[in-house]
Write a protein that binds this ligand. Structure first.
Ligand code: NAI
Length: 480
């Protein structure tokens, strides 16, 4: 630490470069900046100790500084080993008023290219606000911080951490190790943290799925707000954000011409729809795989051929997984691909491409073209190019979604944090959504910047439709 600010980032000297980017991002984040100004006087987050685990990018820096401007104390880590923008991390630590020698910003523990051991070390740093205090709310993306607290409480009440099983995923073994060390030091640490926790606001599809599972099993230890399924999040970030950042990642990684190429998008949910549009915009011929008949039919009606991977695996040039699932492209599929086929994932976890199977393929060699771009050469001499080691390539190979779309997502995050922190006691240990009028408000905050002229309902029109003139305009079951 320096000047009392704890941190672990790549290089504080990058702070000035980060600050310039943050300044430009603020201009592109009208929703978030309006909330920052609207709530500055009221300080609704005074007393909040927020532990944030979400890609440490320039846009996230604007979120962090908004939460701080609303009165919160914040500690932050990235939720992925490759997604940190080191200049953004440095700028947040130094802070808007600080200098490299006298930082006065927010503690951040994140750098691009962490090992998994370092990743879980960083995540642990979230939970110590000094004076024996832990966080009292969390911002999570993918649910790793939430998982650590839940596992911590489970093992503390059992009084022991189970020995790792042979079949355990290597990352789960790291979690067990992390928690064993914590338990040896303090047998009630996570129990206390869970008791103080007013709730978590979760950013992404996979994290939300984990939360609903915990709630179904009656094991959720504090309230949660599902930010992902605000319309102004998943129908914008997951879709239009991906439309921007998918090709950004592929281009920065490979610089290959996308026009005319055959591209396969696995999964045609919100992210898959954005991915397909992104590739089509470059003139690629896009085909889709799906397991859900509704999404498959949507793809077909959008003019895209829906295939099984097997039908195109030897012909396609580019493969993108966007399912949020597991075992989508296996080592045997990779072995059958064309020479220099490009393979990447934009789903949250590295479970979609069978990296473990690739590593253990007989006679295979791995050549680092550059960080986050690897050529895997098979014994017969042909290669595939795997981006970001199978982790989300838009954040590993590029800088993730642009500011404007993240302003929508992070306005939802900010409103959700205020909701959970200030209305503590009104929420049970369940998963909630933000009310529709706040969803509409987030959209409203982004209209002026785009020159949108919204039509106002007359009283008569509103009565005819059975809605209020000021909204909400749609019933809960409306799907947009
Ligand atoms: P979604 O649930 O809307 O879409 C996933 C689709 O994949 C579904 O339609 C599902 O039927 C399909 N699918 C599932 N298993 C499949 C299989 N074996 N083969 C083919 N299709 C299959 O979820 P969403 O919101 O599109 O998110 C997808 C993933 O992207 C999640 O992991 C999410 O967390 C992540 N995400 C990543 C972002 C990024 O910046 N990289 C941004 C937003 C979300």
């Amino acid at each position: 630490h320096a000047n009392g600010v704890q941190f672990a980032v790549a290089d504080l000297a990058l702070a000035q470069a980060g600050r310039h980017q943050i300044r430009l991002a603020e201009h592109e984040m009208p929703g978030l900046m309006t909330l920052r100004h609207r709530f500055a006087a009221a300080q609704p987050l005074r007393g909040a100790r927020i532990a944030g685990s979400l890609h440490m990018t320039v846009q996230t820096a604007v979120l962090i500084e908004t939460l701080v401007a609303l009165g919160a104390q914040v500690r932050w880590v990235s939720c992925n080993i490759f997604s940190t923008q080191d200049e953004a991390a440095a700028a947040v630590v130094v802070g808007p008023q600080g200098t490299v020698d006298r930082p006065s910003g927010t503690p951040v523990f994140a750098w691009k290219g962490e090992t998994l051991e370092e990743y879980w070390w960083c995540t642990q740093q979230l939970f110590d606000f000094g004076d024996g205090l832990g966080p009292n709310t969390m911002v999570d993306d993918g649910g790793d911080a939430t998982l650590l607290v839940h596992k911590g409480v489970e093992f503390e009440s059992a009084g022991a951490v189970p020995a790792p099983d042979e079949d355990d995923h290597p990352e789960y073994r790291l979690i067990l190790q992390t928690l064993a060390a914590s338990l040896a030091q303090d047998g009630r640490r996570f129990t206390r943290i869970a008791q103080d926790m007013r709730g978590v606001t979760e950013e992404t599809t996979n994290g939300v799925a984990r939360l609903y599972k915990l709630a179904r099993e009656g094991r959720l230890l504090f309230p949660a707000i599902n930010v992902n399924d605000s319309v102004t999040k998943s129908k914008f970030d997951n879709r239009y954000g991906i439309r921007h950042s998918l090709i950004d990642g592929i281009n920065r990684a490979t610089d290959v011409m996308l026009g005319g190429k055959l591209a396969v998008v696995c999964g045609y949910g919100d992210v898959g729809k954005g991915a397909a549009q992104s590739l089509m915009g470059q003139g690629a011929r896009v085909v889709v795989t799906e397991i859900d008949p509704i999404c498959a039919l949507q793809a077909a009606m959008d003019g895209l051929q829906v295939v099984r991977l097997d039908e195109v695996v030897t012909q396609a040039d580019i493969f993108v997984t966007a399912t949020g699932g597991t075992d989508i492209i296996m080592a045997a599929d990779l072995a059958r691909m064309k020479h220099n086929a490009i393979v990447g994932n934009i789903g949250h976890f590295d479970t979609e491409i069978d990296m473990a199977g690739l590593e253990t393929t007989a006679g295979i060699t791995r050549i680092e073209v550059k960080p986050q771009v690897h050529e895997w050469r098979f014994a017969d001499g042909h290669s595939v190019l795997v981006l970001s080691e199978g982790r989300l390539l838009n954040l590993g190979n590029a800088t993730g979604h642009p500011s404007f779309v993240m302003s929508n997502s992070f306005s939802n995050q900010t409103l959700a944090q205020i909701e959970l922190f200030t209305k503590y006691g009104e929420y049970d240990n369940k998963v909630y959504m933000l009310p529709k009028h706040l969803d509409e408000e987030v959209a409203r905050l982004h209209l002026d910047a785009l020159g949108v002229h919204l039509t106002t309902l007359t009283k008569k029109q509103a009565e005819y439709l059975g809605v209020e003139t000021n909204g909400p305009y749609k019933p809960e079951h409306y799907r947009y």
